[in-house]
Design a binder for this molecule. Structure first.
Ligand code: ZN
Ligand code: ZN
Length: 442
């Protein structure tokens, strides 16, 4: 339901008291507790059998089986290996989507846990070790737990709940990172109608974070995570002898000027009052020995920002800068940019309206983040379509030194089982607390 602002505010205020009471449902805590052993089992099982992006075949079978066993409508093969579940509640209300990602990373697990992964996968024809090093096993298990709890109490559930189990959040094992035509992850889920039938009004996501205490939830209105775009520049010169550079065209010197020039986009061209941006060149490859000027140098790197305006400026100005420098040094430079994710932006009104939901999920353990975090998420693509809220859940046991916890993506990364029930509750409370008011464009 959409209301014009003044009327919407009045109705929102009138609805708030009744809905807040309904949200504090007495059945939630016992139901979540009853489901917790199964959630832990599911997480261990998924952790032990991780699958790379777009290869989540067994994981999606498990997810679909579980959802069906609770009487939830299931669509499979969404966004390639994704699963969408639909639960129609017994009370009137909005259509709300809850999202979890299912993919693992090409990392060799070193945790030594009893359920540690020994799995291998194939990424672009190469066999690689596979590990749930970002906690997507926990996300999948927590969302399954929420599905069970909501399905068991469907008569008390307002509106309709759409469960989005998404593949390939970290990239796809069958797609080259620079295949600019590829549609994967959240983009593929959206293309396949994950938000359309039924039409989703708001979307919620939870991500476990190492270095934050277990059972605590963190939120931030507005910008929550950076944008991410990767680039590759192929600089073509003319190979020649190192003793006579004037007989060829040197791509190495030109590449050095391009690396320098890219830094001036950040320091000279973007409006730094609007946020931050970084351009990092992470690889330079070219040449074989001391006395040959090579034909080609390849640079690759990443662009991260916390402002859509800064991102747009960098992406708009980069091609001219690269081609201008290339032309000055008489080389040819091909620039490829792979757009991964826009800035993850939490709808401010929705975020504030959902703080009580977080408080019910983690009483006394909810914190507002003072600044956005540096990672990126393709959850941002859902939040561009409908108002969204993405929150963070601590994954490191309380009492442990948070600074020493292995970060997400480390081979030593681990998630405290004790935090899973908080994640389940957060998903459930998002549904119960949502008041069906679209709070403005995100
Ligand atoms: Zn990750
Ligand atoms: Zn992740």
């Amino acid at each position: 339901m959409k209301f014009p602002a003044p009327l919407g505010l009045a109705i929102f205020a009138a609805m708030a008291s009744t809905l807040c009471n309904a949200a504090d449902a007495p059945w939630v805590n016992p139901a979540v507790t009853a489901a917790s052993a199964q959630v832990i089992d599911l997480r261990h099982s998924i952790h032990q059998h991780p699958e790379l992006g777009n290869m989540e075949v067994q994981t999606s079978v498990l997810v679909a089986q579980q959802l069906k066993s609770w009487g939830i409508e299931v669509r499979t093969g969404v966004g390639k290996t994704g699963v969408v579940g639909v639960l129609r509640g017994g009370k009137p209300g909005a259509v709300v989507a809850l999202r979890a990602d299912m993919d693992a990373l090409p990392v060799k697990e070193m945790t030594g846990l009893p359920f540690a992964s020994k799995a291998e996968g194939v990424r672009l024809g190469k066999t690689v070790p596979v590990m749930h090093a970002c906690g997507h096993d926990a996300h999948t298990a927590m969302l399954l737990g929420a599905a069970r709890v909501l399905a068991e109490h469907r008569e008390d559930v307002p509106g309709t709940v759409v469960f989005l189990f998404q593949p390939a959040e970290e990239g796809a094992a069958d797609v080259d990172d620079f295949d600019t035509h590829a549609v994967i992850g959240a983009k593929a889920m959206i293309r396949d109608g994950a938000l359309d039938s039924p039409k989703v009004e708001a979307v919620f996501g939870v991500h476990v974070m190492s270095g934050y205490p277990s059972g605590h939830l963190y939120y931030k209105p507005g910008t929550a995570l950076n944008s991410a775009d990767d680039f590759r520049i192929t600089v073509n010169g003319k190979q020649t002898h190192g003793s006579a550079p004037w007989t060829g065209v040197d791509p190495i010197v030109a590449s050095e000027k391009i690396v320098d020039g890219l830094q001036t986009l950040v320091s000279r061209r973007i409006d730094l009052t609007k946020g931050m941006g970084v351009i990092s060149v992470g690889s330079i490859n070219g040449g074989t020995t001391t006395n040959i000027i090579p034909e080609t140098v390849t640079l690759s790197g990443t662009i991260r920002t916390n402002s859509a305006d800064i991102r747009d400026t960098i992406l708009a100005k980069m091609p001219t800068l690269v081609s201008g420098i290339a032309s000055a040094y008489e080389v040819k430079a091909d620039l490829e940019v792979m757009h991964y994710a826009p800035v993850t932006t939490n709808n401010p009104g929705l975020t504030e309206a959902m703080v009580p939901a977080l408080e019910l999920a983690a009483p006394g353990k909810v914190e507002r983040l003072p600044a956005s975090l540096s990672p990126s998420e393709d959850f941002s693509l859902y939040a561009e379509k409908v108002p969204g809220l993405f929150v963070f859940l601590g994954a490191t046991p309380e009492g442990q030194d948070m600074n020493k916890a292995a970060p997400n993506h480390s081979p030593y990364f681990s998630v405290d089982d004790g935090t899973l029930t908080t994640g389940v509750k957060a998903y459930v409370q998002f549904v119960l607390n949502y008041v069906g008011r679209v709070t403005g464009k995100s």
